[in-house]
Design a protein around this ligand. Structure first.
Ligand SMILES: Nc1ncnc2c1ncn2[C@@H]1O[C@H](COP(=O)(O)OP(=O)(O)O)[C@@H](O)[C@H]1O
Ligand SMILES: [Mg+2]
Length: 472
């Protein structure tokens, strides 16, 4: 068997998460009842309550959903509020956003009259074979059913996992939460060792892996997290921030990853710090550039959690106290004029990456004396940038390395991906660059536009000259 096997017995932080979706006001009693039932089974309810913001942004509940294990929908007479500019209510959106393979328990309240839209929604759910569709009468009735159905569901899953030959790991394997890349990591031995070393020393509270999009920050962070496991006996948590667009959502997202529920009681920051207080954990915050204004929150967090370490990936430095910047370099690539031999290409990580990915696109592809020169040329032109190399290598299915190199000599549009599961901002080099540019405030964007007058590289003096008298 391949892949990571989820442990059947989970630690308190790994409790099965049950996402509860319903309209808020009409079904307030039912929500309370469902929450109590879920908690009785020692599972973690994931529920949004009316707080400061009436409707959590879609990106947030998408990421909450992605990290939940079971979906419970409770539907009554009304369809719920449709936000301005939206076609469907939050209720329907949550159902649609739930991953297809997530078990769904849908409870339909017996009501005298139901509005048309929830009727349509329910009819659609009835024809969805991944959802169990269950009627109920009252809040008490619902609580009994939810508890019973969840217990049955868990028993089924437990049975299934027993049928596999794998022995479930009994150790506290929180590191299983770190995403496992499905391609081979190439090179980076030195970077991994250096960053693990920084973390193990424990002198810097925040180690930030900095570099442009596509240079391999996330990949390096994952490898470091896996390699540093023994230094963090209380676990490693991976917090993807790419869908978190508002700085104010940083803490709730970290809390969610740690399994801390938003119960509306103590302030979130306080509960987070209590949870982290004595624990030697590693928190990996991926794509921090999006919420960089929230960097001071990290300072508060590490002050109250003296044993926790933070590993951050970001396109821009955080500029907070306690930050140790680690510039992620490109993969080693050939210098101009390097001898175009197979032996030389083999030693360079950028070329090895090209060969590995080209082999995936075109079975039988191999590095030879004949194509070594072209491959080195490609990697040199792409300056060892892994994302660009992957995009170029994908073309090996149709084009020889020689032809790829030639096209690169002419233009960049070659670098568009045919891979559908890449994040949008990684599908093309253009999108990768646009993503970075989109994060700039207007003055800085205008400044960047103006720097386009330089045909090639430029110096800091030149930038200052262009920027005289303007805010940037
Ligand atoms: N050392 C490496 N070995 C293999 N693939 C890599 C390596 N570094 C990066 N990649 C791949 O290159 C692409 C960009 O890397 P990523 O870590 O996502 O960049 P970043 O986080 O800096 O934007 C990803 O598809 C990643 O899997
Ligand atoms: Mg990344």
């Amino acid at each position: 068997m391949t892949g990571v096997v989820e442990p059947v017995i989970r630690t308190p932080d790994q409790r099965i998460r049950v996402f509860v979706s319903s309209t808020l006001r009409e079904l307030a009693d039912e929500r309370r009842a469902a929450r109590a039932a879920i908690e009785r089974l020692q599972l973690a309810p994931v529920m949004f309550e009316l707080g400061a913001r009436p409707h959590p942004p879609r990106a947030l509940y998408r990421s909450y959903l992605a990290q939940s294990d079971v979906f419970v929908g409770i539907y009554g007479a009304s369809y719920g509020w449709v936000a301005p500019g939206e076609e469907i209510s939050g209720l329907e959106d949550e159902y649609r956003l739930a991953p297809r393979d997530m078990p769904k328990l849908i409870y339909i309240k017996a009501v005298d009259e139901r509005d048309e839209r929830p009727r349509e929604l329910i009819a659609r759910i009835q024809s969805d074979d991944t959802a169990a569709y269950l009627p109920f009468e009252s809040a008490d009735d619902l609580a009994d059913r939810v508890a019973g159905d969840l217990a049955t569901l868990l028993a089924e899953r437990f049975d299934q996992s027993r049928k596999t030959d794998e022995v479930p790991p009994t150790t506290n394997s929180l590191v299983a939460r770190v995403p496992v890349p499905y391609t081979r990591t190439i090179g980076r031995e030195h970077d991994i060792a250096a960053v693990v070393d920084l973390l193990a020393r424990g002198e810097d509270r925040v180690v930030s892996l900095i570099g442009p999009g596509g240079i391999g920050k996330s990949r390096l962070a994952i490898e470091v997290a896996l390699a540093a496991e023994q230094h963090f006996p209380d676990g490693t948590y991976f917090v993807p921030l790419e869908n978190v667009l508002e700085p104010g959502l940083l803490l709730p997202t970290i809390a969610f990853t740690l399994g801390i529920r938003d119960n509306g009681e103590a302030a979130l920051e306080e509960r987070l710090s209590r949870a982290l207080e004595h624990r030697r954990v590693l928190l990996v915050l991926d794509n921090f550039e999006q919420v960089v204004e929230a960097a001071p929150v990290l300072v508060r967090l590490y002050t109250v959690a003296p044993r926790a370490s933070f590993l951050v990936t970001s396109r821009i430095v955080l500029r907070i106290r306690g930050e140790r910047v680690y510039e992620v370099p490109a993969l080693s690539a050939p210098a101009a004029g390097a001898p175009p031999t197979r032996e030389r290409a083999e030693q360079l990580a950028a070329c090895a990456l090209f060969v590995d990915r080209a082999g995936a696109a075109k079975p039988g592809f191999a590095l030879t004396d004949d194509n070594a020169g072209a491959i080195m040329d490609i990697c040199r032109r792409l300056e060892g940038l892994p994302l660009a190399i992957e995009l170029a290598a994908a073309k090996a299915r149709m084009l020889s390395p020689q032809l790829i190199a030639e096209r690169l000599g002419r233009s960049l549009p070659l670098l568009t991906a045919a891979v559908r599961d890449l994040p949008e901002r990684h599908r093309t080099m253009r999108a990768t660059l646009e993503w970075s540019v989109s994060l700039l405030p207007p003055e800085q964007r205008a400044m960047l536009d103006d720097l386009g007058v330089f045909a090639e590289r430029f110096t800091l003096d030149a930038v200052e000259a262009v920027g005289v008298g303007r805010p940037w």
